[in-house]
Design a protein around this ligand. Structure first.
Ligand code: AHG
Ligand code: MN
Ligand code: MN
Ligand code: MN
Length: 319
Protein backbone atom coordinates (compact mmCIF):
# COMPACT_ATOMS: atom_id res chain seq x y z
CA UNK A 1 0.00 0.00 0.00
CA UNK A 2 1.25 3.48 -0.86
CA UNK A 3 1.70 5.97 1.94
CA UNK A 4 0.77 9.65 1.76
CA UNK A 5 4.30 10.84 0.87
CA UNK A 6 4.50 8.36 -2.00
CA UNK A 7 1.11 9.44 -3.35
CA UNK A 8 2.02 13.15 -3.15
CA UNK A 9 5.38 12.58 -4.85
CA UNK A 10 3.77 10.47 -7.60
CA UNK A 11 1.21 13.21 -8.34
CA UNK A 12 3.98 15.82 -8.82
CA UNK A 13 2.78 17.90 -5.85
CA UNK A 14 5.27 20.79 -5.36
CA UNK A 15 7.66 20.13 -2.47
CA UNK A 16 6.62 23.29 -0.63
CA UNK A 17 2.96 22.21 -0.76
CA UNK A 18 3.94 18.72 0.38
CA UNK A 19 5.69 20.26 3.39
CA UNK A 20 2.54 22.17 4.46
CA UNK A 21 0.35 19.11 3.94
CA UNK A 22 2.77 16.86 5.83
CA UNK A 23 2.91 19.25 8.82
CA UNK A 24 -0.88 19.65 8.86
CA UNK A 25 -1.54 15.94 8.63
CA UNK A 26 1.12 14.85 11.12
CA UNK A 27 -0.39 17.33 13.60
CA UNK A 28 -3.74 15.66 12.95
CA UNK A 29 -2.12 12.36 13.96
CA UNK A 30 -1.18 14.05 17.26
CA UNK A 31 -4.76 15.35 17.64
CA UNK A 32 -6.04 11.83 16.98
CA UNK A 33 -3.79 10.51 19.76
CA UNK A 34 -4.99 13.23 22.16
CA UNK A 35 -8.63 12.39 21.35
CA UNK A 36 -8.01 8.72 22.11
CA UNK A 37 -7.03 9.58 25.68
CA UNK A 38 -10.22 11.60 26.20
CA UNK A 39 -11.14 11.97 29.85
CA UNK A 40 -7.92 10.25 30.91
CA UNK A 41 -5.99 13.30 29.74
CA UNK A 42 -8.49 15.75 31.27
CA UNK A 43 -9.16 17.30 27.86
CA UNK A 44 -12.95 16.98 27.63
CA UNK A 45 -15.45 19.66 28.58
CA UNK A 46 -15.66 23.40 28.13
CA UNK A 47 -12.71 25.76 27.86
CA UNK A 48 -14.71 28.60 29.43
CA UNK A 49 -14.22 31.02 26.49
CA UNK A 50 -16.19 32.05 23.42
CA UNK A 51 -14.74 32.20 19.92
CA UNK A 52 -15.17 35.23 17.65
CA UNK A 53 -18.46 33.79 16.35
CA UNK A 54 -20.01 33.59 19.80
CA UNK A 55 -19.67 29.80 20.18
CA UNK A 56 -18.64 28.34 23.54
CA UNK A 57 -15.25 26.70 22.98
CA UNK A 58 -14.56 23.16 24.12
CA UNK A 59 -11.13 22.43 25.58
CA UNK A 60 -10.39 20.32 22.52
CA UNK A 61 -11.31 23.19 20.15
CA UNK A 62 -8.57 25.21 21.82
CA UNK A 63 -6.04 22.36 22.15
CA UNK A 64 -6.34 21.26 18.52
CA UNK A 65 -6.20 24.88 17.34
CA UNK A 66 -3.02 25.53 19.34
CA UNK A 67 -1.41 22.35 18.02
CA UNK A 68 -2.10 23.24 14.38
CA UNK A 69 -1.22 26.89 14.87
CA UNK A 70 2.16 26.16 16.49
CA UNK A 71 3.10 23.55 13.88
CA UNK A 72 2.03 25.60 10.86
CA UNK A 73 3.57 28.90 12.00
CA UNK A 74 6.90 27.05 12.25
CA UNK A 75 6.64 25.76 8.67
CA UNK A 76 8.66 28.01 6.29
CA UNK A 77 6.25 27.43 3.40
CA UNK A 78 3.30 28.88 5.35
CA UNK A 79 2.53 32.53 4.60
CA UNK A 80 -0.40 32.83 7.03
CA UNK A 81 -3.10 30.86 8.80
CA UNK A 82 -6.80 31.45 9.47
CA UNK A 83 -8.78 29.34 11.92
CA UNK A 84 -12.31 29.05 13.26
CA UNK A 85 -10.83 29.58 16.72
CA UNK A 86 -8.69 32.65 15.87
CA UNK A 87 -10.37 36.08 15.66
CA UNK A 88 -7.96 37.27 12.95
CA UNK A 89 -5.57 35.71 10.48
CA UNK A 90 -2.07 35.04 11.84
CA UNK A 91 0.82 35.92 9.49
CA UNK A 92 3.72 33.42 9.49
CA UNK A 93 6.52 33.83 6.90
CA UNK A 94 6.36 36.68 4.37
CA UNK A 95 8.23 34.52 1.85
CA UNK A 96 5.98 31.50 2.53
CA UNK A 97 3.85 30.48 -0.43
CA UNK A 98 0.74 29.03 1.17
CA UNK A 99 -2.28 30.34 3.02
CA UNK A 100 -4.11 27.72 5.05
CA UNK A 101 -7.56 28.06 6.60
CA UNK A 102 -8.73 25.36 8.98
CA UNK A 103 -11.45 24.16 11.30
CA UNK A 104 -9.26 22.53 13.95
CA UNK A 105 -12.10 20.45 15.36
CA UNK A 106 -15.33 20.08 13.45
CA UNK A 107 -18.37 18.68 15.23
CA UNK A 108 -17.16 19.66 18.65
CA UNK A 109 -20.62 18.98 20.17
CA UNK A 110 -19.78 15.30 19.52
CA UNK A 111 -16.68 15.33 21.73
CA UNK A 112 -18.42 14.60 24.99
CA UNK A 113 -20.34 11.62 23.54
CA UNK A 114 -17.24 10.03 21.96
CA UNK A 115 -18.67 10.39 18.46
CA UNK A 116 -17.11 11.44 15.15
CA UNK A 117 -15.16 14.70 14.90
CA UNK A 118 -12.55 15.89 12.43
CA UNK A 119 -10.16 18.58 11.21
CA UNK A 120 -10.91 20.39 7.91
CA UNK A 121 -8.32 22.37 5.92
CA UNK A 122 -8.12 24.50 2.77
CA UNK A 123 -4.94 25.73 1.06
CA UNK A 124 -4.25 28.54 -1.38
CA UNK A 125 -0.98 29.48 -3.04
CA UNK A 126 -0.15 33.14 -2.70
CA UNK A 127 3.03 35.17 -2.63
CA UNK A 128 3.78 38.80 -1.83
CA UNK A 129 6.41 41.12 -0.37
CA UNK A 130 4.48 42.15 2.73
CA UNK A 131 3.11 40.12 5.64
CA UNK A 132 -0.24 38.56 4.70
CA UNK A 133 -3.48 40.33 5.58
CA UNK A 134 -7.09 39.13 5.83
CA UNK A 135 -7.59 40.52 2.31
CA UNK A 136 -5.13 37.91 0.99
CA UNK A 137 -7.44 35.15 2.18
CA UNK A 138 -10.48 36.49 0.36
CA UNK A 139 -10.00 34.29 -2.70
CA UNK A 140 -12.71 32.24 -4.41
CA UNK A 141 -12.78 28.58 -3.42
CA UNK A 142 -12.08 27.50 -7.00
CA UNK A 143 -8.52 28.80 -6.46
CA UNK A 144 -7.81 26.25 -3.70
CA UNK A 145 -4.70 24.16 -4.45
CA UNK A 146 -5.55 21.48 -1.92
CA UNK A 147 -8.34 20.67 0.52
CA UNK A 148 -9.22 17.85 2.82
CA UNK A 149 -10.08 16.60 6.24
CA UNK A 150 -8.96 14.11 8.83
CA UNK A 151 -11.86 12.21 10.35
CA UNK A 152 -11.37 10.88 13.88
CA UNK A 153 -13.69 7.88 13.99
CA UNK A 154 -13.25 4.18 14.75
CA UNK A 155 -10.22 4.59 12.49
CA UNK A 156 -8.66 7.92 11.63
CA UNK A 157 -8.95 8.72 7.93
CA UNK A 158 -7.47 11.39 5.71
CA UNK A 159 -9.47 12.48 2.67
CA UNK A 160 -7.46 14.70 0.37
CA UNK A 161 -7.57 16.42 -3.00
CA UNK A 162 -4.83 18.41 -4.70
CA UNK A 163 -7.10 18.99 -7.70
CA UNK A 164 -6.54 15.57 -9.27
CA UNK A 165 -9.40 13.58 -7.78
CA UNK A 166 -10.05 12.49 -4.21
CA UNK A 167 -8.05 9.88 -2.30
CA UNK A 168 -8.81 8.29 1.06
CA UNK A 169 -6.10 7.16 3.46
CA UNK A 170 -6.38 5.19 6.70
CA UNK A 171 -4.06 5.86 9.64
CA UNK A 172 -1.97 2.85 10.53
CA UNK A 173 -1.78 3.14 14.34
CA UNK A 174 1.41 1.04 14.44
CA UNK A 175 3.48 3.21 12.11
CA UNK A 176 1.54 6.51 12.53
CA UNK A 177 1.39 6.83 8.73
CA UNK A 178 -1.59 7.31 6.42
CA UNK A 179 -1.90 4.52 3.84
CA UNK A 180 -3.90 4.87 0.61
CA UNK A 181 -7.05 2.75 0.99
CA UNK A 182 -9.39 4.23 -1.66
CA UNK A 183 -8.38 5.95 -4.87
CA UNK A 184 -10.27 8.39 -7.07
CA UNK A 185 -13.49 8.39 -5.04
CA UNK A 186 -16.67 9.10 -7.06
CA UNK A 187 -20.09 10.08 -5.71
CA UNK A 188 -23.13 8.56 -7.47
CA UNK A 189 -25.34 11.14 -9.26
CA UNK A 190 -28.55 9.93 -7.57
CA UNK A 191 -29.33 9.07 -3.97
CA UNK A 192 -32.00 7.99 -1.51
CA UNK A 193 -30.33 9.43 1.60
CA UNK A 194 -30.40 12.96 2.97
CA UNK A 195 -28.83 14.78 5.93
CA UNK A 196 -30.36 17.90 7.47
CA UNK A 197 -31.08 19.04 11.02
CA UNK A 198 -34.88 18.56 10.92
CA UNK A 199 -35.36 20.38 14.22
CA UNK A 200 -34.85 23.65 12.32
CA UNK A 201 -37.62 22.88 9.83
CA UNK A 202 -40.01 25.62 10.95
CA UNK A 203 -37.29 28.24 10.41
CA UNK A 204 -36.48 27.32 6.79
CA UNK A 205 -37.65 29.07 3.63
CA UNK A 206 -40.91 27.68 2.16
CA UNK A 207 -39.05 26.18 -0.81
CA UNK A 208 -36.73 24.18 1.48
CA UNK A 209 -39.74 23.02 3.53
CA UNK A 210 -41.43 21.81 0.33
CA UNK A 211 -38.32 20.01 -0.88
CA UNK A 212 -37.76 18.19 2.43
CA UNK A 213 -41.48 17.42 2.83
CA UNK A 214 -41.26 15.61 -0.51
CA UNK A 215 -38.19 13.65 0.62
CA UNK A 216 -40.02 12.56 3.76
CA UNK A 217 -43.18 11.70 1.79
CA UNK A 218 -41.08 9.39 -0.42
CA UNK A 219 -43.16 7.24 -2.76
CA UNK A 220 -46.32 8.78 -1.32
CA UNK A 221 -45.28 12.22 -2.58
CA UNK A 222 -44.01 13.57 -5.88
CA UNK A 223 -40.81 11.49 -5.80
CA UNK A 224 -40.80 7.91 -7.02
CA UNK A 225 -38.62 6.64 -4.20
CA UNK A 226 -38.33 6.51 -0.43
CA UNK A 227 -35.55 8.34 1.40
CA UNK A 228 -33.51 7.52 4.48
CA UNK A 229 -32.17 10.24 6.82
CA UNK A 230 -28.86 10.51 8.72
CA UNK A 231 -27.35 13.35 10.79
CA UNK A 232 -23.90 12.99 12.37
CA UNK A 233 -23.89 16.60 13.74
CA UNK A 234 -20.36 16.94 12.41
CA UNK A 235 -20.12 18.09 8.80
CA UNK A 236 -16.96 16.07 8.47
CA UNK A 237 -18.86 12.86 9.31
CA UNK A 238 -21.80 13.66 7.04
CA UNK A 239 -19.53 14.54 4.11
CA UNK A 240 -17.51 11.40 4.71
CA UNK A 241 -20.67 9.29 4.51
CA UNK A 242 -21.60 11.01 1.23
CA UNK A 243 -18.15 10.38 -0.24
CA UNK A 244 -18.38 6.72 0.84
CA UNK A 245 -21.96 5.84 -0.14
CA UNK A 246 -23.63 8.91 -1.61
CA UNK A 247 -26.31 11.28 -0.32
CA UNK A 248 -27.14 14.96 0.03
CA UNK A 249 -26.15 17.19 2.96
CA UNK A 250 -27.94 20.46 3.61
CA UNK A 251 -27.38 23.22 6.15
CA UNK A 252 -29.81 25.79 4.73
CA UNK A 253 -30.54 29.42 5.42
CA UNK A 254 -33.03 29.82 8.26
CA UNK A 255 -34.81 32.80 9.81
CA UNK A 256 -33.52 32.26 13.38
CA UNK A 257 -31.06 35.06 12.70
CA UNK A 258 -31.82 36.57 9.26
CA UNK A 259 -28.44 38.36 9.29
CA UNK A 260 -26.70 34.99 8.97
CA UNK A 261 -26.98 33.34 5.56
CA UNK A 262 -26.27 29.91 7.09
CA UNK A 263 -24.48 28.22 9.98
CA UNK A 264 -21.41 26.82 8.26
CA UNK A 265 -18.34 28.86 7.52
CA UNK A 266 -17.22 29.41 3.93
CA UNK A 267 -13.45 29.47 4.30
CA UNK A 268 -12.83 26.37 6.41
CA UNK A 269 -16.01 24.29 6.10
CA UNK A 270 -17.92 24.95 2.86
CA UNK A 271 -15.03 25.64 0.45
CA UNK A 272 -12.82 22.64 1.26
CA UNK A 273 -15.82 20.27 1.31
CA UNK A 274 -17.09 21.79 -1.97
CA UNK A 275 -13.73 21.14 -3.63
CA UNK A 276 -13.76 17.52 -2.42
CA UNK A 277 -17.33 16.98 -3.63
CA UNK A 278 -16.70 18.48 -7.05
CA UNK A 279 -13.48 16.50 -7.42
CA UNK A 280 -15.55 13.39 -6.68
CA UNK A 281 -18.16 14.23 -9.34
CA UNK A 282 -20.73 15.76 -6.95
CA UNK A 283 -21.99 19.33 -6.55
CA UNK A 284 -21.86 22.00 -3.85
CA UNK A 285 -24.11 25.08 -3.93
CA UNK A 286 -25.72 27.69 -1.76
CA UNK A 287 -29.38 28.48 -2.59
CA UNK A 288 -28.18 30.74 -5.38
CA UNK A 289 -24.69 29.85 -6.57
CA UNK A 290 -21.82 27.37 -6.78
CA UNK A 291 -19.92 27.56 -3.49
CA UNK A 292 -16.50 27.64 -5.20
CA UNK A 293 -17.53 30.79 -7.13
CA UNK A 294 -18.37 32.84 -4.01
CA UNK A 295 -16.19 35.93 -3.61
CA UNK A 296 -15.44 35.86 0.14
CA UNK A 297 -15.95 39.05 2.14
CA UNK A 298 -14.61 37.95 5.55
CA UNK A 299 -12.71 34.95 6.90
CA UNK A 300 -15.52 33.87 9.24
CA UNK A 301 -18.34 34.46 6.75
CA UNK A 302 -21.21 31.94 6.86
CA UNK A 303 -23.01 30.37 3.93
CA UNK A 304 -25.89 28.02 3.23
CA UNK A 305 -24.66 24.62 2.04
CA UNK A 306 -26.34 22.08 -0.26
CA UNK A 307 -23.85 19.42 -1.35
CA UNK A 308 -23.64 15.83 -2.53
CA UNK A 309 -25.11 13.75 -5.36
CA UNK A 310 -25.23 15.97 -8.47
CA UNK A 311 -28.81 15.18 -9.55
CA UNK A 312 -30.20 15.55 -6.03
CA UNK A 313 -28.48 18.93 -5.54
CA UNK A 314 -30.05 20.05 -8.85
CA UNK A 315 -33.43 18.75 -7.69
CA UNK A 316 -33.16 20.70 -4.42
CA UNK A 317 -32.16 23.87 -6.25
CA UNK A 318 -35.14 23.49 -8.62
CA UNK A 319 -37.44 24.29 -5.64
P1 AHG B 1 -17.95 23.25 14.70
O1 AHG B 1 -18.00 22.16 15.72
O2 AHG B 1 -16.62 23.30 13.97
O3 AHG B 1 -18.36 24.60 15.22
O4 AHG B 1 -18.97 22.91 13.50
C1 AHG B 1 -20.25 22.44 13.81
C2 AHG B 1 -21.11 22.44 12.59
C3 AHG B 1 -20.94 21.25 11.65
O5 AHG B 1 -19.94 20.39 11.91
C4 AHG B 1 -22.23 20.48 11.77
O6 AHG B 1 -22.66 20.03 10.53
C5 AHG B 1 -23.17 21.44 12.38
O7 AHG B 1 -22.42 22.40 13.06
C6 AHG B 1 -24.09 20.75 13.35
O8 AHG B 1 -25.10 21.59 13.62
P2 AHG B 1 -26.34 21.23 14.58
O9 AHG B 1 -25.92 21.70 15.92
O10 AHG B 1 -27.47 22.03 13.99
O11 AHG B 1 -26.58 19.74 14.51
MN1 MN C 1 -17.29 25.76 16.56
MN1 MN D 1 -16.95 22.99 11.95
MN1 MN E 1 -14.69 23.63 14.80
Amino acid sequence: MQNLSQVLAASATPESLQSVLNITISTCVDISNALKKGSLAGILGMAGNENVQGEEQKKLDVISNDMLKDALLACPAVRAIASEEEDDIVPAHTDGEYLIAFDPLDGSSNIDINAMVGTIFSLYRQTGDNPATEQDFLIQGKEQVAAGYVLYGPSSMLVLTTGKGVNMFTLDPDTHTFLLTRENVQVAQDTQEFAINMSNQRFWADSMQNYVNNLVAGKNGSRNKDFNMRWVAAMVGDVHRILCRGGIFIYPWDNKDPSKPGKLRLMYEANPMAMLLEQAGGKAHTHTQRILDIQPEAIHQRVAVILGAANEVDKCLSY
